[in-house]
Design a protein around this ligand. Sequence first.
Ligand code: NAP
Length: 312
Amino acid sequence: MKKERVIIIGSGPAGLTAALYVARAQLDPLVIVGKQLGGQVAITHEVENYPGFVDGIGGPELIDVMQKQAERFGARYDYSEVVSVDFKNGPPFIVRTHSDEYEAESVVITAGASPRTLDIPGEKEFVGRGVSYCGTCDGFFFRGKDVVVVGGGDSALEEGVFLTRFANKVEVIHRRDTLRAGPALQNRAFANDKVSFEWNTVVKEIRGNGKVDEILLENRETGETRTHATDGVFIFIGHYPNSNFLAGEVEMDEEGYVITDEQMRTSVPGIFAAGEIQDPIYRQVATSVGQGCAAGMQVEKYLTGREDIGWT
Ligand code: NAP
């Protein structure tokens, strides 16, 4: 059993910011990185709305500097994934990865969220062979091809516009006739000649032979179905929290988001959460950074017995 003062589960903007604050408080945090260093931001082509970068900054680049900044103050990284925890009998709290078992005095959960799936025939089968959840990762493979984007939120339009760098044509398939995305992204998508829209339409099936060739569409108003030839299906229909490993250990809502109070405290004293694992609403780098900062500061308060005295 390895002993740690503070373990941070996850390495997105919330986790790396918590690590920075905990490290600067001389509490020597260990960040258990998870599947992907940096989480979703690491596979985001460009972040345009994180303050401080006039011309935006690449997602991987932003994560790289955040990681180095926390490291400069003493944060350490374990490049593995947490498989289970035991918070009920702590402190010390138990955190298990595939290869190690840790004891920690305090834990910050920043395990983030993952893209939701359509759960239709053909989707799983064609992942990596035409079905994708990440334009930044896979756009390059669709140079000169026709692709569809499923969804009507900010992600769908942002990624859809990004995909026009590679694809010949990007058709956005949305289940309603009004978009959920904000006006800035809507304007950008409407102004792009390569982007078109299919309204009130859902994808019922993804078909192909070794790779995606066509999809089956249904018009939700008329019930009419038709096939539509395409080379790629990019799905951006929201996210779910990566909280399976926490079942029964901290309070969560019905969708699996960890419940925190305004000071990022979970239902277990000494366990904090920040970022998309506890935030289904804002989901911005800026909000995750703020929540990670608050969680990091709370860890320091908790470990130095100042939990109830407030800030001066
Ligand atoms: P979202 O806002 O929840 O949008 C999901 C979209 O997918 C909605 O249009 C929804 O349709 C559709 N959808 C959901 N389930 C579906 C299904 N089973 N079949 C077909 N369509 C389905 O998710 P998001 O776009 O990932 O954005 C999440 C959050 O991140 C938002 O707060 C967003 O503002 C933020 N974000 C911001 C930026 C930016 O500011 N640049 C970029 C990306 C994301 P309905 O509209 O009918 O519900």
